[in-house]
Design a protein around this ligand. Structure first.
Ligand code: BTN
Length: 250
């Protein structure tokens, strides 16, 4: 089921507030958000009629948090590819979708970000589901993109073609249902596909960790718990839970 709103504070917040009133597998889409939330306490710039601001509700226990990100990451990636067939798009740890522009293969730009939040019924400390939010840049112009605090792009900016946002939302729901079925039937297959789309695996990268220390190495894995595994030149293995990508070297 799809719920379409003109405007809201945040589709994630709305999904969490109204969680009990919506069925499992509901997608909430809003034309704009006036308090869009990003990860790490950041805000998410959400102008009207430019992008997809959507939240997908999954009912179940706390183990869903990573899996909701596999479902939403793969569904958003598939939908982006269906609406822009010749873009180089890939999943970037932890929960982004990036685009490598055709005219500058050494660049990498964020085109979508995901934020999954757990829901607890009032007065309880149990988890009964997840609201997984997706912000997907579709029709932002160059000047819109300049307002974002990190290198970013949109389908319009890469292809020169506007995307029909309502069609995109309908296709997104179909693709969410597609990956939801794989999740129900073969969770291992879902993880393997998600991992295979992670563009950092096999690359040599530099990260800034939460303690501000810089670390460089080759990415050997992204685990089922969302941990990035880095092999550093001295032969040691580092498991990174959160960090900021500084550079991709090769
Ligand atoms: C990130 O920081 O990269 C995650 C951004 C997630 C933004 C989406 S937009 C729809 C949903 N509602 C929100 O308030 N945030 C998410």
């Amino acid at each position: 089921m799809i719920i379409k709103l003109d405007t809201i504070d945040s589709t994630n917040r709305y999904g969490l507030r109204e969680f009990a009133n919506f069925a499992d597998n509901t997608l909430i889409v809003s034309d704009s958000q006036d308090a869009g939330r990003g990860r790490r306490g950041k805000s998410w710039h959400s102008p009207a009629g430019k992008n997809i601001y959507a939240s997908y509700l999954i009912k179940g226990d706390q183990s869903l948090i990573e899996k909701s990100l596999w479902i939403c990451g793969l569904a958003a990636l598939k939908t982006l590819r269906e609406h822009s067939t010749d873009l180089a798009l890939w999943l970037k740890w932890p929960n982004d979708i990036y685009c490598t522009p055709k005219n500058n293969p050494s660049q990498y730009l964020k085109i979508a970000g995901l934020l999954a939040e757990m829901h607890s019924p009032a007065g309880s400390n149990t988890i009964d589901g997840v609201v997984a939010g997706m912000g997907i840049n579709l029709n932002m112009t160059n000047s819109d993109l300049e307002k974002i605090d990190q290198p970013a792009t949109s389908i319009l900016n890469e292809t020169g073609k506007e995307v029909n946002i309502a069609n995109f939302a309908d296709n997104l729901l179909q693709n969410l249902s597609f990956y939801r079925t794989i999740f129900e039937e073969n969770i291992n297959q879902l993880y393997i596909e998600w991992k295979s789309e992670n563009g950092l695996i096999g690359k040599t990268i530099t990260l800034q960790k939460d303690d501000n220390k810089i670390i460089s190495g080759k990415v050997t894995d992204v685990t089922r718990n969302g941990i990035l595994v880095l092999l550093t030149p001295d032969g040691s293995i580092h498991e990174i839970v959160t960090g900021n990508l500084v550079r991709i070297s090769k």
